[in-house]
Design a protein around this ligand. Structure first.
Ligand code: SAM
Ligand code: SF4
Length: 478
């Protein structure tokens, strides 16, 4: 295993770290597969149905294939795999922006240091408490803590304190049971401290794996250092964090290049640590205040391409969760649930303090949203489409992370557990927070799901868990 030094781009032997993204190989493979035939592509899709994932070369073939018949096959395979592994559940979360202070210059982001128009704010612990109470009172159980790369006077301690604050809030029957974190890359020791706080997943997006584009887009601050960011997940693993989430900011560079680079990042983590990422996020560039790059992305990704990206990822890395945020519109979100998305945010605000004010503070947000609906509306929509919105946080609390999660996910066990936990946490939501119309639709869906199952053991456990929730017990999971 590579041991990484802090502060510089050297390993423990003081040798320079290498960029494990092989640009040359990506370009050559894309070139070699550009005339992928329909038969060839269909054979790859058929192999994907074995659910063992796809290799780099196969992914490249599919990325290059725009044949509508093959695309339909890819979507159908993605639907089938999604259903087999994840069933009909969609895990819910909300971002929690604690600070928009930032010392970096990412040309696409409203939080960048030189954006003087932005109202800067780092929430106090009392303000965080108020935000969390608002989220809990909506029904959320899982948050993604987000911050710019500059902390108030306490430094990194601010993040650690904020996590404690989130976990401490109890309101009515609810609390936040899992805090995932999306903050700037840390040193190994800081990652260790983060793990001690009981975080779920550490998320970090490389933004672009294409070095010249990375350099063009990141003109100031610590984030300029491509390798420091690229090796962040290695440092997280070394600190014992084994649930990591990676991602690309689509729109900065050619999506085909980015997906193949993502595959190389996954392979690197598998080779080094024996396990790949827990999740992949697929943010697309959204307009951000004063950022021309964000308004006119250099490599815009169309809705059709976006759907294809999600479906290819689903079949290429079947056991990795795919996260979609409220950057996307309700329509796109609906279309991509079926082909692979397994986690979504809802009712989001991207400005620190956004859940505690009635008026949306335009001038402190990171970017504009595509889906402005409240959590209850999103839940209603999902239930109407026969998806089970899940507020489950069981896995990491039972230590099912990293290898253990993958071992369990592979034989399909995760679907068994997840579907039960999804039903019980949905019923909690319906009883404690839902509007009357959502409650009615949700309860009907739960009855339908029970009736539709022919697995007697599953039905018995589900009925017992639901009875417990009905009689007032909370946080029932297996
Ligand atoms: N500051 C940390 C960092 O950059 O890694 C973490 C938080 S940052 C607020 C989270 C993510 O927001 C970034 O990784 C980037 O992908 C995304 N982002 C920034 N500007 C965006 C925009 N205009 N549209 C969509 N996503 C954006
Ligand atoms: Fe700062 Fe992150 Fe925005 Fe870059 S993306 S300006 S690092 S908050």
């Amino acid at each position: 295993m590579l041991k990484l030094n802090n502060h510089n781009n050297n390993n423990h032997n003081n040798q320079k770290l290498e960029n494990f993204i092989d640009e040359d190989l990506i370009i050559k493979t894309l070139e070699a597969t550009k005339d992928c035939s329909r038969e060839w592509a269909k054979r790859i899709v058929a192999r994907a149905l074995e659910m063992e994932g796809l290799n780099f070369f196969e992914v490249s073939c599919l990325l290059n294939c725009d044949d509508p018949e093959v695309l339909e096959d890819i979507f159908a395979a993605a639907r089938q795999i999604k259903d087999k592994i994840y069933g009909d559940r969609i895990v819910m979360f909300a971002p929690l922006y604690i600070s928009n202070l930032c010392g970096n210059e990412c040309l696409y982001c409203a939080f960048r240091a030189t954006n003087k128009e932005l109202a800067r704010r780092a929430l106090t612990q009392e303000e965080i408490e108020r935000e969390v109470k608002n989220l809990v009172d909506q029904g959320h159980k899982r948050v993604l803590m987000v911050a710019g790369e500059s902390y108030p006077h306490e430094g990194f301690e601010y993040v650690l304190k904020s996590i404690d604050t989130v976990y401490k809030v109890q309101s009515g029957n609810g609390s936040i049971r899992r805090v995932n974190v999306n903050i700037a890359p840390l040193e190994v020791e800081e990652f260790r401290q983060l793990k001690e706080k009981g975080i779920g997943t550490f998320q970090l997006f490389q933004e672009t794996y294409h070095v010249p584009t990375y350099e063009k887009m990141h003109t100031g601050g610590k984030k300029k250092n491509f390798l420091w960011r690229l090796y962040a997940m290695d440092r997280a693993f070394q600190a014992g964090i084994d649930d990591v989430g990676i991602g690309v900011l689509f729109g900065l560079y050619d999506y085909k290049y980015e997906i193949l680079a993502l595959m190389q990042h996954i392979k690197h983590l598998e080779d080094e640590f024996g396990v790949g990422p827990h999740t992949i996020s697929v943010p697309r560039l959204e307009p951000a205040d004063g950022s021309s790059v964000s308004v006119e992305p250099p490599f815009p990704v169309t809705d059709e391409q976006f759907k294809k990206i999600v479906a290819i990822l689903r079949i290429a890395v079947p056991y990795t969760g795919i996260i979609m945020s409220t950057r996307e519109t309700p329509k796109i979100r609906r279309e991509t649930f079926a082909v692979g998305v397994s986690q979504i945010s809802a009712g989001s605000r991207t400005n620190p303090g956004g859940y505690s004010v009635d008026d949306f503070e335009e001038h402190s947000s990171q970017f504009s949203l595509g889906d402005h609906r409240a959590l209850d509306e999103v839940i209603n929509d999902l239930v109407t489409m026969k998806y089970i919105p899940s507020f489950c946080t069981a896995c990491y609390r039972l230590g099912r992370t990293g290898h253990d999660f993958m071992d369990m996910a592979k034989p399909g066990d995760i679907k068994y557990h997840c579907s039960l936990n999804a039903l019980s946490t949905l019923l909690e939501y319906l009883n404690d927070y839902a509007s009357p119309r959502t409650k009615e639709a949700g309860e009907k869906l739960i009855r339908e799901k029970l009736d539709a199952s022919d697995d007697e053991k599953w039905k018995t456990i589900a009925s017992e868990m639901l009875e417990q929730v009905k009689s007032g017990k909370r946080d029932c999971f297996i």
